[in-house]
Write a protein that binds this ligand. Structure first.
Ligand SMILES: Cc1ncc(COP(=O)(O)O)c(C=O)c1O
Length: 444
């Protein structure tokens, strides 16, 4: 099965001629020594030099408001993360083959945020590794191989994971993989939970018809790469259907985890469902490479009895120190509540501007994860990627960083560090208002 690749906010190589000489020169040098697999963001690439909190300073000394990067979730260079890393680096940074209380304490703390069901963790370096391992566990404990994911899901970059990540752009989806449409509240008026469970049930039956046993439904509960569809009720019936078919529910928390949704630490908790396995990454170490898989003790024992797992860098002391500081700061600074408050202010303010200038859009979000979808008209709801592109690059010119997502790249992706403040919201909304005004005027 092939799925088309889409270029999200990538620099158009044919537009490089319009850039200044120094930037062109660096792009040229980069393209000679760095793989063409890489993409640069924006029509004029950003050249960051340093950062703090929600701000990035570029090499020219200009300050940008970061409304895009979820990895530095407690803010770029948070002093408690910097202190924790520095202190730990001056002591020791080694691996999980040794008995070390700091790693055990972190594992205990992390596990406690998931409640009693998920109580056993494996630490990795990336979300891709976490998802790769999660599906190995799911296949091992269920005896099945089938996987159901959303139509434009992204779960990582390993060879296996790309076969169940339609958005990875490889164009190859595994024979045992089935795709379901996300709970799209813009195009579906009906009950989204009922619509989603129908999709999942249909694919379970298709797998069965083809003699493939279901291993897992793997979902990012924000459906972020599909275009951000955060309906909290969509998963309940679907997870029950997966269990009836003998599969497990893997909650990919790489985007929705660590309080981003403003109502719980984990995306599946916000949705009121129990995960059988959860995977974590990106914000976990505020920029230090750390991810993880959390599962039930019984599942861990069943896999661990057969296969050892070692990851040289996964669970080293320095990234673990950063990860511990992240959990502490989220709690001490009340960042889950802040995500809810600032996310609500952003949605209200953007809606006001978009209405005032007569845009055709649909806005949705959970906490500080917000999508604004542009359509050509409200009747056909055909995707309008050029307006999304104009807004993203207009914001960049006004020194506010956002991006876009979805299979048609027509959905703004707004996902700032969780420490986004009242004055950040004000600055964001002032620039957004001017950009959507200008974009609209350029079209009329
Ligand atoms: C939902 C989701 N899962 C997994 C991954 C993979 O994480 P990583 O890039 O750390 O391998 C990503 C990365 O964008 C993601 O968005």
């Amino acid at each position: 099965m092939t799925v088309g690749a889409v270029s999200l906010n990538a620099l158009d190589p044919t537009a490089v001629a319009g850039l200044d000489k120094e930037t062109r020169n660096l792009i040229d040098r980069r393209s000679k020594v760095m793989s063409p697999l890489y993409r640069l963001f924006y029509q004029k690439p950003l050249r960051p030099a340093r950062a703090f909190g929600t701000k990035i300073i570029d090499v020219y000394g200009d300050e940008y408001l970061d409304a895009y990067n979820n990895v530095p979730c407690v803010g770029h260079n948070h002093p408690r993360v910097v202190d924790a890393i520095t202190r730990q680096l001056s002591l020791i940074n080694t691996n999980t083959r040794y008995l070390q209380s700091d790693i055990v304490e972190y594992a205990e703390d992390l596990v406690s945020t998931h409640g009693p069901r998920l109580n056993n963790v494996v630490l990795t370096c990336t979300g891709s590794e976490a998802n790769d391992l999660a599906l190995r566990i799911a296949r091992h404990v269920t005896g099945g191989t089938g996987v159901i994911v959303s139509r434009f899901a992204y779960h990582g970059n390993t060879r296996d994971v790309t076969t169940w990540s339609p958005a990875s752009g490889t164009g190859v989806i595994g024979d045992e993989v089935r795709l379901v449409s996300p709970p799209d509240g813009f195009r579906t008026d009906a009950n989204l939970a009922a619509a989603f469970v129908r999709e999942v049930q249909t694919q379970i039956e298709d797998l069965q018809r083809n003699g493939i046993r279901l291993a897992a439904l793997v979902v990012d509960s924000l459906f972020s790469s599909d275009g951000i569809f955060p309906d909290p009720d969509a998963l309940t019936q679907a997870v029950a259907a997966v269990h009836r078919a003998g599969g497990v529910f893997v909650s990919d928390e790489v985007q929705s985890g660590f309080g981003r949704t403003g109502s719980a630490m984990w995306g599946y908790q916000r949705c009121g469902v129990d995960a059988d396995i959860a995977t974590m990454g990106k914000p976990m170490g505020n920029g230090m490479p750390i991810g993880g898989v959390i599962m039930k003790q019984t599942h861990a024992e069943r896999l661990g009895a057969h296969v050892p797992y070692f990851n040289t860098f996964g669970g080293q002391n320095v990234p673990v120190a950063a990860a511990q500081a992240v959990l502490d700061v989220i709690r001490d600074e009340g960042l889950i509540a802040n995500a809810a408050l600032r996310g609500g202010q952003l949605v209200d303010g953007m809606r006001e501007s978009l209405d005032r200038f007569g845009h055709c859009y649909h806005i949705r979000g959970a906490g500080l994860y917000i999508g604004v979808e542009f359509a050509t008209d409200l009747h056909t709801k055909s995707p309008d990627p050029s307006t999304a592109d104009a807004v993203v690059n207009g914001m960049r010119r006004r020194r506010v960083l956002i991006s876009r997502c979805g299979p048609h790249a027509n959905v703004l992706k707004i996902r700032p560090p969780l420490v986004f403040s009242h004055s950040d919201v004000d600055r964001y909304l002032t620039e957004f208002d001017a950009v959507v005004r200008d974009v609209r005027a350029a079209r009329d």
